[in-house]
Design a protein around this ligand. Structure first.
Ligand code: SF4
Length: 329
């Protein structure tokens, strides 16, 4: 077995069933990183509490997400996959880190300003401390590398600054500065052809949908807005259906669609049917594996609990060092 390069940490909020955008943007990368790194993947349910109106679906959404991660290829024998709240040490580290984090810096962060616009009636303390908890997530596991898209880079920079503040304040080196692994995250556009694929915009296609549901969603996709009639030539470069063909269809088919669209040789209905069929072929293995895991949900909880036990071992060791560094009696 080749030696791994270090530890990777990444977390995602329990948003339930994952869609194509989640898969192409993050999950696929999680799976690939397992070859090179010891990976710690966390379903961050505590983070979710800062914005949710109800926790009624929290448990179910956690399970749905775990099913998608496992079916996509996260290997729980190799990687640690767990639920954030099952490792309470993260809350303790969050408190310790909050003592070295200036309040003024938190309320000036663009992500916080954005959040208060989104939920002006629920500006809670947790929302302000969100980046501190995020830093605690990363630092608790002595993470070497965090995979992020360019837009998330400031969060990792925040965590690095927090490490410097903590280590300076307590004259220690127990916390280590994580490195960023900037990942080119493809922006997957939703079925509306305009905005990023997202559940809240209802422009998404779930990975676990049935072939029929997938076809139905694909058939609603917006295409080249200038192509109004079947006989009008189209421009695949401005069409989201074509973008997805480039991911799910073979080279020859993609080339054929590119030229036939421009000459009105193929209609959008046919083009979409082809896309749906190719997606369904591509996702068939994933869906089979997911259904198998879903038939044994108790085993999936066992996987998550086992992951949490392994995570707690690392977390407690870090906290022993942190408490000593602070000089707590
Ligand atoms: S033929 Fe295909 S690529 Fe061309 S506009 Fe229609 S859906 Fe888009």
């Amino acid at each position: 077995m080749t030696e791994k390069k270090g530890r990777v940490f990444s977390g995602a909020r329990p948003t339930g069933r994952q869609h194509l955008g989640n898969y192409l943007g993050a999950i696929q990368n999680y799976v690939a990183l397992q070859k090179e790194y010891d990976c710690v993947y966390c379903i961050v349910d505590i983070h979710a509490l800062t914005t949710v109106e109800t926790t009624r679906n929290l448990k179910g959404n956690t399970m749905e997400m775990a099913l998608d991660w496992l079916a996509a290829g996260i290997d729980p024998k190799d990687s640690i996959m767990f639920v954030q709240s099952h490792v309470p040490q993260v809350m303790e580290l969050h408190t310790m880190l909050s003592m070295v984090t200036p309040w003024g810096k938190l309320i000036e962060l663009p992500t916080f300003k954005e959040k208060i616009k989104q939920q002006p009636k629920n500006i809670n303390y947790g929302l302000v401390g969100y980046p501190v908890l995020m830093s605690a997530d990363i630092l608790l596991y002595k993470t070497d590398v965090v995979p992020v898209g360019v837009d998330q880079a400031p969060h990792i920079e925040f965590a690095r600054e927090t490490v410097r503040s903590f280590n300076y304040r307590y004259q220690t080196d127990v916390l280590i500065e994580p490195q960023m692994k900037i990942t080119r995250i493809p922006k997957v556009i939703g079925t509306d052809g305009k905005q990023k694929m997202s559940k809240s915009l209802n422009n998404h296609i779930e990975l676990a949908s049935t072939p029929e549901e997938t076809q139905k969603r694909v058939m609603t996709m917006k295409t080249d807005p200038q192509r109004l009639r079947r006989n009008d030539p189209g421009d695949p470069d401005v069409c989201n259906v074509y973008s997805l063909h480039k991911i799910f269809s073979g080279e020859e088919e993609v080339a054929m669609i590119n030229s036939e669209c421009r000459s009105a040789g193929i209609g959008c209905v046919d083009c979409k049917k082809r896309l749906a069929a190719n997606m369904n072929v591509s996702l068939a293995g994933f869906r089979e594996r997911r259904a198998e895991f879903a038939r044994h949900e108790n085993d999936v909880w066992d996987i998550l609990h086992d992951g949490a036990a392994r995570a707690r071992t690392i977390a407690e060791q870090t906290m022993v060092e942190v408490r000593q560094a602070i000089g707590l009696p």
